[in-house]
Every structure is written in C-alpha cells, then in structure tokens.
Design a protein around this ligand. Structure first.
Ligand code: PLP
Length: 411
C-alpha cells in the first residue's frame, strides 16, 4: 500500500501578510496566561465599555429582552425598516442631506460594515489614505481587500489634527478613498468644521470616497459639538459609520450602521457591490437591530457621563492630570472618546520596541496597555490608555505606570 503523504503545514493565506490587529495581539495573550495563573490584571487596553460598570441604558436592555422571542428570524440584508428609519431621522439631526432608508445598512457592529465597504471598493494596488495613528481595523481592512494603506500624519503639536499638507502630498492617481476617524481613537481629537471642509475639498478635487467613522460622536467633553463631515457636501460620496457600541455602551450587542450619502449617482456599481456583500452575510443580528430605534429615540444617558462632573469627564481629567505629572510624559487632553495617547520623551525613555515595553510593564506591574505602533504610529514613543475604570482603579493603574517609568529612567 502507498505510504501516507507527508503532512503538509496548513498556512494562512497570502492575503493576511500585511494584516494585523495588535489591540488583541500577543501582549493580550500573555495577560490571559497571567490571569489563568491567578494574577489580577488592570486592563486599560480596550474600549470594552460595559466591563467597567458603565452599563447600557436600561431601556435598551429591556428592549433586547422583550424583543428576543420575536427576533429569531433573518431580516432584509440591509436591516429592518424601523431602525433604518430612526437612522434617517438621525441623519436629519446631523445635517446629512438626501438620505433615505435605502441608503442605510445595518451591521454586526460598525466593524463588519467597514470591512465590507473596503472589500466592495478596492482592487490590488488601490490606495486608501488613513490617519496615523489610526484605529487599526482600517489598515487591516484595506490590506485584506488587496488595497495599499497609505498613512497621513496627524499632528500632535496641533491637538492631533490631520496634517492637510501631508494628505495632499500623499494623494496619487491610485488613491480611491480617505478615512476620517472623528472623534478619534486613539487620540481623542475632535475635528473642527474648517479642517473637515479642507478634507472635503481634497476629496472633491481628487474624487475620493470619504469613509467617516463617527462612532464616538456623542462622547464629547466640555460641551463640544460634533460636525458630521457628510453634512458639508453633496458632491462627494460619503460612507458614515456609527453604532451602539460606545455612545450607548452596548458593544456586545453588535449593532452598527453605515450611511451612504452625497454623490450617489455615479456610485451605482459600487452600491451594487455593497448590496451583494450585505446579502452574502444574510443580515445583522436581529435583536441588535431592534435596539437601535430604542437607543436613538430614548433617553441620551451618555450626556450625563460626559458633562462636567460626569463620570467619564472626571475620569478623563484625572487620567490626564496623573499621566502628565509623570516626568517626561506629555499628552494632548482628549476632547472626545475614551482614550489618551501619551508621548514618552525619547531622551528619558529610549524605547526601541514598544511592544516589548508594554510587555515589561505588564509583567512588572500587571497593567495592560496597547503600544503606539499598534495604531500604526511609526515611532516607539506612545501608548494608549483607556480611561474607563473608576477613579480609584485609574489612580492605582497610573501610579503603577509611574512606578514602572521611574524604574525605566534609572536603568
Ligand atoms: N471604529 C472605531 C473608531 C472604534 O474605536 C471601534 C471600537 O473600538 C469600532 C469602530 C468598532 O465598532 P463596533 O463595535 O461597532 O464594531
């Protein structure tokens, strides 16, 4: 009888060569091991809002429970009519014109729709402009779709605003789209109208599609106001992403949406592609869809958390004060979202490999953060801190970071 064939290694596809998502990368794996060994880790690594006693509004939970028995079936691929109608109304409030129910797609979180939007658009070699630092799903989604991620700089010296000159310099004949994350993860920046208008102008000149991530658009401090970039033009194609994960503290319900607006007439073929990809995954989870109308039409409890003296506002202030009082640490104060992106003075902290740095912090102090390069920031001199824990825990975690940095300086 024939000898059995030698076992062949099963390897991942070449498509994944440039895809990574370090927020849930190797350091997290080590943290998991440590927890299994019985150690308690302080996790300031992910924006898992519901894990910090920041519960979703009760009306949303009750809505999920009440709707569950009747939500066992598939829906239309774009989603149920009523929640999409509620999003049309939301568009009206945000000044995004000309949107009908047909332009709204519901997804299992915004994440699924972001990947879908890139997949439907990109051919090999097509370039997409992405912020540096970014939320790394975008870089991964572009690479997975065969496109080439091209990062434009956000400028720490000017409160992390996108560098308009850098964007202009990086547009080529192959550029298809530009991603704007506003409010921003990981920097907490909120872009004023003038910056958005300049980006719209570039998109108009070069016929770029704008992917606008607005998932933190209600998580705003100091009475700030958010402008949807899609409200600024009707002659540019916009895909706007949002959902319940952050503003409504319901990330486990996986309820997100995408709004297609602006210059849709010349995008019929692309929209056909989006519709096809939406059909291939049948539909978003039905209970999550049903929660959307309750969330948008209900009591906006996020306002109580972000107003001066509110829980998230206090935690932001405390985390910023404590971090910036560590020698050699500077940090732009976030105007929105749930994160700080502090900088280490490289003269005092000559970090060569920031993943190693974050791993050493974890081992020494049992505090888990994400390294700056995990957000496609090129130099190993930043890290991201999630300011979701209660004040006492935040104080404890940042004191431990300070102690670790003190030791690092004295090496
Ligand atoms: N976009 C940004 C900027 C995020 O920070 C996140 C989650 O952290 C997401 C999208 C993912 O959203 P969803 O839970 O709706 O998939």
């Amino acid at each position: 009888s024939a000898a059995p064939a030698a076992a062949r290694a099963v390897v991942k596809s070449a498509k994944l060569a440039n895809v990574c998502y370090d927020i849930r990368g190797p350091v997290l794996e080590r943290a998991r091991q440590m927890e299994e060994e019985g150690q308690r880790i302080m996790k300031l690594n992910i924006g898992n809002v519901a894990h910090f006693g920041l519960e979703p509004p009760d009306e949303i939970v009750q809505d999920m429970i009440r709707n569950l028995p009747a939500a066992a079936g598939y829906t239309d691929s774009k989603g149920l009519f009523a929640p999409r109608k509620a999003i049309v109304h939301y568009c009206q409030q945000k000044g995004i014109a000309g949107v009908t129910v047909d332009d709204i797609y519901l997804g299992n979180g915004a994440s699924e729709l972001i990947v879908m939007g890139m997949n439907a658009l990109l051919n090999t070699g097509d370039e997409v402009l992405l912020p540096a630092p970014d939320y790394p799903l975008y870089t991964g989604a572009v690479a997975l779709s065969g496109g080439t991620p091209v990062h434009y700089m956000c400028d720490e010296q000017s409160d992390w605003m996108p560098d308009i000159n850098d964007i202009r310099a990086k547009v080529t004949a192959n550029t298809k789209a530009i991603v704007i994350i506003n409010p921003n993860n990981p920097t907490g920046a909120l872009y004023p109208r003038e910056i958005l208008e300049q980006i719209v102008q570039i998109a108009r000149e070069h016929q770029l599609i704008v992917f606008a991530d607005e998932i933190y658009d209600k998580t705003l401090y100091d009475g700030a106001v958010h402008t949807s970039i899609a409200s600024l033009a009707d002659d540019v194609l916009f895909l706007t992403f949002n959902g319940l994960s952050k503003n409504y503290r319901s990330c486990g319900y996986r309820a997100g949406w995408m709004i297609v607006s602006g210059e849709k007439r010349h995008a019929r073929d692309y929209i056909e592609g989006l519709n096809m990809l939406a059909s291939m995954r049948l539909c978003a989870n039905t209970p999550g869809q049903l929660a959307i109308q309750t969330a948008l039409g209900g009591y906006q409890s996020i306002d109580d958390l972000v107003r001066p003296g509110g829980r998230l506002a206090r935690q932001r202030d405390l985390a910023h004060d404590l971090l910036t009082s560590i020698p050699g640490v500077s940090c732009v104060k976030p105007k929105a979202a749930l994160y700080l992106f502090p900088r280490l003075d490289p003269k005092m902290y000559p970090v060569k490999d920031d993943q190693q740095f974050i791993l050493e912090l974890l081992e020494a102090e049992r505090v888990l953060l994400v390294q700056g390069t995990g957000f496609n920031w090129k130099t190993p001199d930043h890290f991201r801190v999630v300011f979701l824990p209660h004040e006492d825990d935040l104080r404890e975690a940042i004191n431990r970071i300070a102690r670790f940095l003190d030791g690092y300086r004295k090496r």
